[in-house]
Structures are given as structure tokens and as C-alpha cells.
Design a protein around this ligand. Structure first.
Ligand code: ADP
Length: 202
């Protein structure tokens, strides 16, 4: 099962991806998490990506494509994955298709969490407050200026990316403002009805 999650910053991609990964028993690959870990550990990838991530800009396709390619080549991703935060541009989506074609695989479904822009700031403020309350560090890009930039970057590519998957008949839009469990159910219901032989539905 190869799933990609699309949607604006703060739409809930991370939450839903990790739930889906648990249900489907495939790895949850978040490019944001991979980049943040690389930045924390000051790896060559982290050093290259830091300025873009902190400011809310997109990391260059070449850098992120290489990083995703490496991650997908690991054994645990052979049987499937939930990609969260990738692809974000049509070029990235094309790279992903090309990559998967080598092994005769393809993306099964692209779920888009639809959330109006006016709700995003609230969501991100909530995430920052929850992190602080839990004694965790607030993300360096969960501030007003970086969020605006992330939204602009999202809007630049969102429509063409959705069209890319729509044209392939793979786009499934879900109301990202619904209650968390209801969103998860919409996603798993879709998978169960279209891929009934996939564990745990079989
Ligand atoms: P969100 O979706 O909430 O903005 P993410 O954790 O997915 O957060 O991403 C955080 C940042 O990491 C992005 O703003 C961007 O700088 C970088 N990033 C993550 N995924 C990609 C990608 N596919 N292409 C380019 N940059 C990316």
C-alpha cells in the first residue's frame, strides 16, 4: 500500500499518517520529520536544508528527492509506505512515479486533507501551545512569518499537484476539518472499500 498525504501546513497530515501507518503496518515517512532530525544532528542534509525549513520555504527538489529516494530504498518501505509532506510539487510527484516504476510499483492513492486557509493559523498556534505544555520544543517554523511563507509555498503548487493525481484517478479529497477520528475513518473506509484484500482488511 503506497499512500501520499496532501494538504496545507497544519491540516493534520502527520496525525493521520501515523494512524494509517499503524493500521496498515507500513512505515510513516515524513519529510518534515526527516529534515528536522537531519537539522538537529547537523548532517550534510540538515546543513543544506536548515535555512529553507526555518524560513518556511520549500527545500530544493534536488535535495528532497535524493533524501526521499534514499529512504524509500530501505527495506521497511518495500511493502508500502505512507508519505507525509512529499510530494509537494509536480516535479517531486513525477520523481516518485519514476522511482516506483523501476520496481513495477505505483502510488495507490493520494489523500488530500482539505482545510480552509482561515483555519490554518489556529491549528499551528494550537500545535505550538501543545508542544510547550508537553515540555517539547516548538517547531522553528511554527511562527507567524514562517507559516505565511509555508502557506504561500503550498498555494503555489497545490492545485497542479492535486490535478496530477486527479488525472491519474488517484485523488481522494477528505474534509480535514472533521473530527480526528472521523477523518481517520474516512481514510480507512476508502482503503477498505477499494483495496479489500490489503491487510488488515483481508
Ligand atoms: P507542514 O506540512 O506543516 O508545513 P512539514 O513538517 O511537512 O510541515 O514540513 C516542514 C518544512 O520542511 C517545510 O516547510 C519545508 O521547508 C520542508 N519540506 C518538507 N517536505 C518537503 C518537500 N517535499 N519539499 C520541499 N521542502 C519540504
Amino acid at each position: 500500500m503506497r499512500i501520499v498525504l496532501l494538504g496545507p501546513p497544519g491540516a493534520g497530515k502527520g496525525t493521520q499518517s501515523s494512524r494509517l501507518a499503524q493500521v496498515l503496518r507500513v512505515p510513516h515517512l515524513s519529510t518534515g520529520d526527516i529534515l528536522r532530525a537531519a537539522i538537529r544532528e547537523a548532517t550534510p542534509l540538515g546543513l543544506k536544508a536548515k535555512a529553507a525549513v526555518d524560513s518556511g520555504a520549500l527545500v530544493e527538489d534536488e535535495i528532497i528527492n535524493g533524501c526521499v529516494g534514499e529512504r524509500l530504498a530501505k527495506r521497511d518501505a518495500e511493502g508500502g509506505f505512507i508519505l507525509d509532506g512529499f510530494p509537494r510539487t509536480v516535479d517531486q510527484a513525477t520523481m516518485l512515479d519514476t522511482y516506483l516504476r523501476h520496481t513495477g510499483d505505483e502510488v495507490d492513492v493520494a489523500f488530500e486533507l482539505v482545510v480552509g486557509l482561515d483555519h490554518l493559523q489556529q491549528r499551528v498556534v494550537k500545535r505550538a501551545r501543545e508542544a510547550m505544555a508537553g515540555g517539547e520544543a516548538v517547531r522553528s517554523d511554527d511562527n507567524e512569518i514562517a507559516l505565511q511563507k509555508r502557506v504561500v509555498a503550498y498555494l503555489q503548487h497545490a492545485a497542479s499537484l492535486s490535478d496530477f493525481y486527479r488525472q491519474q484517478g488517484k485523488l481522494v479529497q477528505v474534509d480535514g476539518l472533521a473530527e480526528i477520528n472521523a477523518v481517520t475513518s474516512s481514510l480507512t473506509d476508502h482503503i477498505a472499500s477499494t483495496m479489500p484484500r490489503h491487510p488488515p482488511f483481508a
